[in-house]
Ligand binder design. Structure first.
Ligand code: NAD
Length: 357
């Protein structure tokens, strides 16, 4: 198969590319604008492979997308490009509207026109796989249940609202134009190569640099965590074995309060990289600092991943305990990767926002 991966230089996109190049025989073309979140270093393990190539393209650029489709002739597109950080969507929603909504529309139109031109056998096999989030379902505060594929949409943040919009567009292009689409909605990812503005890498890096570890509110919010390599495997499984027109929820059944996640990281670091100063040992937990909560902060997300398990046989390979340990170790072993990001971006360590210098 020839597959286009949008946003392949980001956190999940790069994990997906590493998985596909290393574990399959498919040919990949990454389309990425290389915003602050796109990083060629995350693709280093596969960058020189003959089945792998990258194009610097904004998904909102209809002409560039159209010509890429006609030259590459993909069998499938996996759409991950997005503005993905909730705090940034509160500070400046415009880029989220552009990339997440308009960009998805541009890709759908390019896919539709290209798909119409394909011979019957190729037309049937073509897939538009849209990668989305559990945040479209809203908040489970006071509700003792899980998000299923039929949970009504109720997004809270500008980020979640733009992802919900893009999901609706994808379904409309399937229903109205017959485009063969699949949507996946996944819970919070963590793992290697995650940009240091997100909770887990921010906690690890701030601890290693002896800075405060900021936690919103009282850290009571609950998220359902999935190791990024499990997500990459799930995405490929859905692309190859999933049914068109269907939605699959992906999650790890690993619900944790944010404060528990932060304490677990501190505990692992205390054990494998003790914080020693002047002959004394300090726990990294002393760096935890509660900060004013994010406006509109959802209390709980939790995914029911029953459908993908039962219909496609996918289950996560990592538990939260094994995955978080691997992740902490990865950031310890790959200081160069994150230090380079810190030298290019100026990071506000309180909430993790980074700006280009
Ligand atoms: P990320 O921010 O790490 O990466 C996004 C990538 O998209 C970057 O490489 C960036 O350069 C690229 N990009 C942004 N705007 C673009 C544009 N206009 N044109 C082309 N490329 C552009 O994001 P991520 O965490 O890897 O998330 C990938 C996808 O998965 C997103 O669609 C996100 O909504 C979804 N998702 C993320 C999570 C999570 O926990 N991170 C969970 C569920 C779903």
């Amino acid at each position: 198969m020839k597959i286009i991966v949008t946003g392949g230089a980001g956190f999940i996109g790069s994990a997906l590319c590493r998985f596909i190049i290393e574990q399959t025989e498919n040919q990949l073309l990454v389309i990425d604008k290389f915003t602050y979140a796109g990083n060629l270093d995350s693709l280093a393990p596969v960058a020189n492979h003959s089945r792998f190539s990258v194009k610097v393209i904004d998904i909102c650029d209809a002409e560039a997308i159209k010509s890429t489709f006609s030259t590459f002739q993909p069998d499938a597109i996996m759409h991950l490009a997005a503005e993905s950080h909730v705090d940034r969507s509160i500070d400046g929603p415009h880029a989220f509207i552009e990339t997440n909504i308009v960009g998805t529309y541009v890709l759908l139109e390019a896919s539709r026109n290209y798909w119409y031109s394909l011979p019957e056998n190729k037309k049937k096999a073509f897939r538009f796989h849209h990668v989305s989030t559990d945040e479209v379902y809203g908040d489970l505060q006071g509700i003792d249940s899980l998000f299923t594929e039929s949970t009504p949409y109720a997004p809270s943040s500008p980020y979640a609202a733009t992802k919900a919009s893009s999901d609706h567009l994808v379904r409309a292009w399937s229903r109205t134009f017959g485009l063969p689409v699949i949507i996946t909605n996944c819970s919070n990812n963590y793992g290697p190569y995650q940009f240091p503005e997100k909770l887990i890498p921010l906690t690890i890096i701030n601890a290693l640099e002896n800075r405060i570890i900021p936690v919103y509110g009282k850290g009571e919010q609950i998220r359902d965590w999935l190791y990024v390599e499990d997500h990459a495997r799930a995405l490929y499984k859905v692309l190859t074995d999933g049914r068109t027109g269907e939605t699959y929820n992906i999650g790890g059944h690993n619900e944790r309060k944010n404060i528990e996640v932060v304490r677990t990281i501190c505990h692992i670091l205390d054990e494998i990289f003790p914080n020693e100063k002047g002959g004394m040992t300090f726990s990294y937990k002393e760096l935890i600092t509660f900060v004013t909560d994010r406006p509109g902060h959802d209390y709980r997300y939790a995914i029911d991943a029953y459908k993908i398990k039962n219909q496609l046989g996918w289950i996560p390979l990592e538990t939260f305990e094994s995955g978080i340990r691997k992740t902490v170790q990865w950031y310890l072993n790959n200081e160069l990767w994150w230090k380079k990001i810190h030298s290019v971006h100026h990071c506000d360590q309180r909430i993790g926002l980074c700006e280009n210098k």
